[in-house]
Ligand binder design. Structure first.
Ligand code: IPM
Ligand code: MG
Length: 359
């Protein structure tokens, strides 16, 4: 009998519950196909937790995640909470859960599916062969440095501090080198070392540990140049490692290479095998409740969970193949459909993928 794996499920806000429901169907189908056993526990998080519990990250949700082997997250946020004070914003819960669970590494693959090349705003020949991963530092930098307001000579001033220590840089960079070793052995370290002190420390640290990975070809790319090169020569990148805010921005850019942010999965990892898996896209309040959101990013996040946390490589592959075959057969949700009148809904897409799963 397979060992029971505990998965904490936090659907969140907007389209979160809709896309997570489809990912859960995929989990169930994997139990059937492979004899795996998953114990799902559901918790409140984000805007819905603010409404029901008065905080975006209730203690019981955090404890549920700490008890679990992995977390499946939908999306959080929405206009309803946008003007709330900081402690009562869904995003604060997201940053809090990353920090509390020690998830310092965020892995965002951007793979261009051949059959979707037309959905991208870039020319197909530029996209050809694009298959990269952004490894983003997730619990440091300007996101977590001291922030405050003060009265200055010219009125109110706001301060956000960006802090990195060597250990924080080392652990994420090592992880990126290790990922690169398992792929095509190219690593681009992205910084702003011509201006920022944190970036100079970043670059020094990368250079110091690089000799330990002689098989990986390393390039340093300034963040502004990287933003440009991602549009000019996306297929030349393999693994990109960068600090928190640069990673936030570049991973959205990389996402759009694929045609739709609705396709991209992500993993947030710490030191062990535990991980939090979520689609890169947000809660899309404009289409929430309509049953038209693309569930593929969340479904692919389950595949990533199997590969990175559970070591269920074959099951991960079965999911990826199923997604690919459904897309190859021409089925599209609205975000990736060229002919919007033929678009299918969230549930239909989920059902088609489940039906296509086989060993
Ligand atoms: C992301 C999001 C978050 C971030 C927001 C919602 C706080 O943009 O996961 O990329 O900036 O990290
Ligand atoms: Mg972002």
């Amino acid at each position: 009998m397979a060992e029971v794996k505990k998965i904490a499920v936090i659907a969140g806000d907007g389209i979160g519950p809709e896309v997570v429901a489809e990912a859960v169907k995929v989990l169930k189908k994997t139990e059937e196909l492979f004899g795996y056993k998953f114990e799902l526990e559901y918790g409140l998080f984000g805007g819905i937790a603010i409404d029901e519990k008065g905080t975006p990250l209730p203690q019981e949700t955090l404890e549920m995640c700490q008890r679990a082997d992995a977390v499946l997250l939908g999306a959080v946020g929405g206009p309803k909470w946008d003007n709330n004070p900081k402690e009562l914003r869904p995003e604060t819960g997201l940053l809090g859960i990353r920090k509390a669970l020690g998830l310092f590494s965020n892995i965002r693959p951007a793979v261009v599916f051949d059959c979707l090349k037309d959905a991208s705003t870039l020319k197909p020949e530029v996209l050809e062969g694009t298959d990269l991963i952004v490894v983003r530092e997730l619990t440091g930098g300007i996101y977590f440095g001291e922030k405050f307001r003060r009265e200055g000579a010219n009125g109110q001033e706001a301060v956000d501090t960006c802090v990195y220590n060597v250990q924080e840089v080392e652990r994420i960079v090592r992880q990126a080198f290790e990922i690169a070793q398992k792929r095509s052995k190219r690593l681009a370290s992205v910084d702003k070392a011509n201006v920022l002190e944190t970036s100079r420390l970043w670059r020094e640290t990368v250079n110091r540990i690089a000799p330990e990975y002689p098989d990986v070809e390393l390039e340093h790319v300034l963040v502004d140049n990287c933003a440009m090169q991602l549009l000019r020569r996306p297929s030349s990148f393999d693994v990109i490692v960068t600090e928190n805010m640069f990673g936030d921005i570049l991973s959205d850019e990389a996402a759009m290479l694929t045609g739709s942010i609705g396709m991209l999965s992500s993993a947030s990892l710490g030191e062990g095998s535990f991980g939090l898996y979520e689609p890169v896209h947000g809660s899309a309040p404009d289409i929430a409740g309509q049953g038209i959101a693309n569930p593929i990013a969340t479904i692919l996040s389950v595949a990533l969970m199997f590969q990175l946390t559970f070591g269920y490589a074959e099951a991960g592959q079965v999911i990826e193949n199923a997604v690919k075959s459904v897309l190859d057969a021409g089925h599209r949700t609205g975000d990736i459909a060229v002919d919007k009148s033929k678009a299918i809904g969230t549930k239909e897409m989920g059902d088609l993928i489940v039906a296509a799963m086989s060993r």
